[in-house]
Design a protein around this ligand. Structure first.
Ligand SMILES: [Ca+2]
Ligand SMILES: [Ca+2]
Ligand SMILES: [Ca+2]
Length: 329
């Protein structure tokens, strides 16, 4: 039987003959109901819709058939630009190419009759945002416990300046900030990739990255030049304190050297420095320097300020003091 849209009347005749030759005939007419076509319709998107490239386009439709019932789930969606898009009553696609699409929703019933509906939509081209990192400098390095300034910009052809929406992450430390600029108090020691990320209103992403190495902080060193070890200072004489301090990261720290006496306490800061009066007795003079990351070093020299007439005994005592200190070091 051919598929048809029209009713068909078929006449069937039957004749029965018995053994004596008597026969009887009957004719019946069968009316064959036609198979009817399904009907498909598109509910979304609306005809003529505009979408930014990258944004979600909801495809929604329905289909029914007089014989087969609801066929919505078997709607086949195609695009004139992207080809097959999927099957179902609802689909969401965010990957349609830019341009004018003729979307077709088609359905066929079990007898092979088809219907389709179409809408035309336009996908407006979208460019991803352009991100650049101004700081830190690519390939740079900083000592540990150093605050790191992050600065960047993001510009989008459609959305304009997106710098304030930047997010920052470190390959070692995870999220480290947001916005056009931020300061990270400290980063882990090691090789970091710093990534600045932003997405535009259509979901297109822009990123930029720089490498930054965080090095272990090295301690400073300090050397005392004056007074020399075992110097004897005349009571009441001023004493010249002279030392140098340097740090691999911070450079010259001489101006911040802190002096103290084991007998008289703090003597002052800097070098050269003149301490005006020292008490009579044995002094361990200590010069201490501390770098910007909190690492410190000190150097010590032992001197005596003898009472007149007791120099010899003080020298002996001084030797004993030095020996004791060195054992304890
Ligand atoms: Ca049908
Ligand atoms: Ca864009
Ligand atoms: Ca240092």
């Amino acid at each position: 039987m051919k598929k048809t849209h029209r009713s068909v009347n078929e006449a069937h005749a039957a004749t029965v003959t018995d053994s004596l030759g008597a026969s009887v005939s009957r004719q019946i007419t069968l009316t064959i109901a036609p198979n009817q076509a399904p009907v498909a319709s598109i509910e979304s998107p609306a005809p003529g819709s505009l979408f930014n490239q990258g944004s979600a386009v909801l495809l929604s439709g329905s289909a029914s058939d007089p014989e087969d019932g609801d066929l919505s789930a078997s709607i086949t969606w195609t695009s004139s630009l992207d080809g097959a898009l999927g099957v179902g009553s609802q689909l969401s696609r965010n990957d349609l190419v830019s341009g004018v699409h003729l979307l077709t929703a088609s359905v066929s019933d079990q007898q092979g009759l088809m219907d389709s509906a179409q809408v035309e939509i336009t996908i407006v081209p979208n460019s991803p945002p352009l991100v650049s990192i101004l700081a830190p400098t690519d390939g740079g390095s900083v000592p540990e416990q150093t605050a790191v300034a992050l600065s960047g910009s993001a510009v989008d052809a459609e959305d304009g300046d997106l710098s304030a929406s930047l997010t920052w992450a470190s390959s070692l430390d995870g999220a480290v900030g947001s916005g056009a600029s931020a300061v990270v108090p400290a980063l882990s020691i090691g090789a970091h990739t710093i990534v600045a990320f932003v997405s535009d209103g259509s979901g297109a992403a822009g990123t930029a990255r720089v490498s930054l190495t965080v090095t272990p902080n090295l301690p400073p060193t300090v050397v005392v030049d004056s007074p020399v070890e075992l110097a004897e200072i005349v009571v009441g004489d001023p004493i010249d304190l002279l030392a140098t301090a340097t740090d691999p990261e911070d450079g010259d720290l001489t101006g911040d050297i802190v002096w103290s006496s084991s007998l008289d306490g703090p003597l002052g800061t800097g070098s050269p420095l003149q301490a005006q009066t020292l008490s009579v007795g044995l002094h361990a003079i200590t010069a201490t320097t501390t770098d910007r990351h909190g690492a410190s070093a000190s150097a010590e020299t032992a001197i005596s300020v003898p009472e007149p007439g007791v120099i010899q005994s003080l020298v002996v005592g001084l030797m004993l003091l030095l020996a004791a200190r060195r054992r304890s070091d």
